[in-house]
Design a protein around this ligand. Structure first.
Ligand code: AZA
Length: 295
C-alpha cells in the first residue's frame, strides 16, 4: 500500500486575547478557534512507526499560544500567515502549513447609551473564517469567509418557472418566506510572503465588513427570483467592491418555512395570500452553491 497524502495537527485550539488600550482605558477581546495541519517529510511516522520528524500536535498547540502572545491576532488573515510561516521557518522538513482560524463574535455592549469599555455580548453564532496555506517556495494562499449568519425575510422571495414533470409537486410561489444560514468565502490574490500580507493587512477587515454588508443588503433588498440569482448578485457586488479578491463562493441552505393547510378546520384559510402560520423545517433543506470569478 502507498501513503498518498498525510497531514496532522491540532484542531479546536481555543484562545482569547485581551487588548488593553491605555490611551482611553478601554479593552477589547478577540476569541479564536485555531486549527493547524502540517505536511512534509513525515511519512515515516505512518509507514515505519518512526516519529523522528513529528512535531507533536501538543507542540503545535503550545506554539499557537506563544505566537498569539508575541504577534497580533488581528486581522486573522495576518495571524494565520505568521503562524503558518513560523512552522516552516522552525521545522525545515515541513513543506506546508495549513492554518484555519475562526473568530467568534464579542460585540461591545452599549450601556446607558454609551459603548462600555470592557463588556461584550455574543450577538449570534456567526463566525469570521480564515483558511491559510503557507507552502515552502510558493506564495501564501488565503481564503476568508463568513459562517453561521442566519437570516430570514418574510416576503419578497419568489420561486416559479422551474421545470415541471410527473415528479414535481412543489407549487410555484411569488411570495414566500426565505431563510438561509450564510456560508460565504472569498479567495485572495496570492501573497509573496508574510511581509506582503502585513503590508496589505488593512484590506482584510474592510473586505469582511463589505462582504457581510453586501450579503445582508442584497438579501433584504432583492425581490429574489431564486436563491441562485440572489447569491450571484451578492458575489458580483463583492468582486466589484474588493479589488484584492479573485473568487467568491457561496453555499446557502434553503431553510424552508412551509405553509400549513388548515382548511380541514371548518375551511380555515391559511395558504397562499392567507398564509400566516408556517411550519419551520429543520430538515431537509435546499442547498444552493456557487463559485463566481472575475472574468
Ligand atoms: O430558490 C430556490 N431554488 C431552488 O432551486 C429551489 N428548489 N425548490 N425550492 C427552491 N428555491
Amino acid at each position: 500500500a502507498t501513503l498518498s497524502h498525510a497531514r496532522y495537527g491540532k484542531a479546536n485550539v481555543r484562545l482569547a486575547k485581551v487588548h488593553r488600550h491605555a490611551e482611553d482605558n478601554t479593552q477589547s477581546i478577540t476569541e479564536l478557534t485555531v486549527r493547524t495541519l502540517l505536511e512534509g517529510d513525515i511519512a515515516a511516522s505512518w509507514t515505519a512507526a518512526d516519529n523522528t520528524n513529528i512535531v507533536a500536535t501538543d507542540t503545535q498547540k503550545q506554539t499557537i499560544y506563544v505566537i498569539a502572545k508575541q504577534h497580533p491576532v488581528n486581522p486573522p488573515e495576518l495571524f494565520a500567515s505568521i503562524l503558518g510561516q513560523h512552522f516552516l521557518d522552525t521545522y525545515p522538513w515541513m513543506t506546508k502549513a495549513r492554518v484555519d482560524v475562526t473568530v467568534h463574535r464579542w460585540t461591545r455592549m452599549e450601556v446607558e447609551g454609551k459603548m462600555h469599555p470592557h463588556s461584550f455580548l455574543r450577538d449570534g453564532v456567526e463566525m469570521r473564517e480564515v483558511e491559510c496555506e503557507v507552502i515552502r517556495g510558493e506564495e501564501i494562499r488565503i481564503r476568508s469567509g463568513i459562517k453561521g449568519l442566519l437570516v430570514l425575510k418574510s416576503t419578497a422571495s419568489q420561486f416559479w418557472g422551474y421545470h415541471r414533470d410527473e415528479y414535481t409537486r412543489l407549487p410555484e410561489t411569488w411570495d414566500r418566506i426565505l431563510s438561509t444560514e450564510v456560508e460565504a468565502g472569498w479567495r485572495w490574490k496570492e501573497f509573496e510572503n508574510v511581509e506582503e500580507v502585513r503590508k496589505e493587512e488593512g484590506m482584510f477587515d474592510g473586505a469582511w465588513s463589505d462582504a457581510r454588508r453586501i450579503t445582508l443588503e442584497t438579501f433584504a433588498q432583492e425581490d429574489s427570483p431564486s436563491v441562485q440569482n440572489t447569491m450571484f448578485i451578492m458575489a458580483e457586488k463583492i468582486l466589484a467592491a474588493v479589488s484584492g479578491v479573485e473568487v467568491v463562493e457561496y453555499s446557502l441552505p434553503n431553510k424552508h418555512y412551509f405553509e400549513i393547510d388548515l382548511s380541514w378546520f371548518n375551511g380555515l384559510k391559511n395558504t397562499g395570500k392567507d398564509a400566516e402560520v408556517y411550519a419551520p423545517q429543520s430538515d431537509p433543506n435546499g442547498l444552493i452553491q456557487c463559485t463566481v470569478t472575475r472574468k
